[in-house]
Every structure is written in structure tokens, then in C-alpha cells.
Design a protein around this ligand. Structure first.
Ligand SMILES: [Mg+2]
Length: 207
């Protein structure tokens, strides 16, 4: 086990939640299909604007997702391949702070921490809610780049290309788990990762 560095400064790793630690879209597609009698598949999600795949409006999908957050399906969301190994390793790294940086709105604090505690225990020290997805006028929105700079993150793990691009432009390395919606060219400063096993190897070598 690595102990605290002599100067007391711990390195910060930032983790997106949905589709970076847990299989959000795999569970959402089951939830959506069951409610609508449809047969959409996860592999069809080749755009981040998934309402286009579901052939509904963004507003309607936001309502469905809000219900999903409070459903048993949300609680049953699985950890991503390699996530348990990665977090078990990071739990031994006392020189590293683990933060969650999510687009979710802050009202989802309880369900989000409950979900991640259930999978990974108390490994995350801080949760930051950027208030993007499903935000109301009263929400104060922050970009992931602003949050990552503020917390001094050395690396962000995130599946969304637009967040990856902005955070990398702020000078912070981003590891991008490979997903159907983030294919194609990736911005400089972003490293594509086949899965979280590969992320674990990268972190062992670079953090
Ligand atoms: Mg995500």
C-alpha cells in the first residue's frame, strides 16, 4: 500500500459516473424498452444524443431518464467491466484522492452515492454535481473542465467526447472508455481505453 506523500499533497483522479463506472445506457435501454414495448439495443447508441436513437424528443427522454433514476433498474445498474478491479486498486492508493464529477443534477446526490457505494464501498471522497442533464433554471451549472481545474485533477475518466475535449483543452489528460457513441477521431490529450482494465494499467504506470 502506498502511503501519503511526504509533502502531504495527494493526486486527484476524477471519475464520470454514467457509462464510465456503471452501465447507465445498458440499463436505460432495458427500462425504455419495457415501458414502450420497443426493441432498441445498446449497440445502436452511436450518438451521445440518444433521444435520436429512441426517436423521441429530448424533453420526453429527460422525463423517462428522471423516472429511471428513481427506479429499481437504476439501483440494479451494473459496474462496468474492470471497474471493481480499478477501484479495489485505487482503494489501496492513499496518495490518490478519488472524486466523482458527474453531469447529474444535485438532487440525485442520494441515489448516486447509494449506487456507487453499493458497488465500490466508500472509495470516493467527494462528489461534484455539474447540474447539466435535466437541469432546472435554479441550478448553477459548471463545466467539467471548471470542476476538474478547481479540484486539481491530474486525469479524468469520461466516456463523453464533448467533456473529454473541453477537459483536455484545459490541460488535463482524459481517458475515454470505448463506447458506441464516442467512436471516430478523438481530440489531442484524450486517450481511448478499451475498458477499465486498461485504465487500471495506465493509472498504475502514470499516476
Ligand atoms: Mg458518462
Amino acid at each position: 500500500m502506498q502511503t501519503l506523500p511526504v509533502n502531504g499533497v495527494r493526486k486527484v483522479i476524477a471519475f464520470d459516473c454514467d457509462d464510465s463506472l456503471v452501465e447507465f445506457n445498458r440499463k436505460l435501454v432495458e427500462f425504455y424498452n419495457r415501458r414502450h414495448g420497443t426493441h432498441f439495443e445498446w449497440e445502436q447508441m452511436t450518438t451521445y444524443e440518444i433521444h435520436l436513437v429512441y426517436q423521441c424528443t429530448e424533453e420526453y427522454l429527460t422525463e423517462v431518464v428522471w423516472e429511471f433514476y428513481h427506479s429499481d433498474d437504476h439501483a440494479a445498474m451494473e459496474a462496468m467491466e474492470g471497474a471493481m478491479e480499478l477501484m479495489a486498486y485505487l482503494a489501496t492508493r492513499q496518495d490518490v484522492e478519488k472524486h466523482v464529477v458527474t453531469s447529474r443534477v444535485e438532487e440525485l446526490h442520494t441515489v448516486t452515492t447509494g449506487l456507487l457505494h453499493g458497488h465500490f464501498g466508500e472509495v470516493f471522497e467527494k462528489y461534484h454535481f455539474a447540474n447539466h442533464y435535466g437541469a432546472k433554471p435554479e441550478h448553477v451549472q459548471r463545466t467539467k473542465a471548471e470542476i476538474c481545474l478547481e479540484i486539481g485533477a491530474v486525469v479524468l475518466i469520461d466516456d463523453a467526447l464533448h467533456h473529454a475535449r473541453a477537459v483536455a483543452a484545459a490541460g488535463i489528460t482524459v481517458l475515454l472508455p470505448d463506447r458506441p457513441w464516442n467512436q471516430g477521431e478523438i481530440p489531442s490529450g484524450v486517450i481511448r481505453m478499451r475498458d477499465l482494465h486498461e485504465v487500471c494499467i495506465w493509472v498504475k504506470e502514470n499516476v
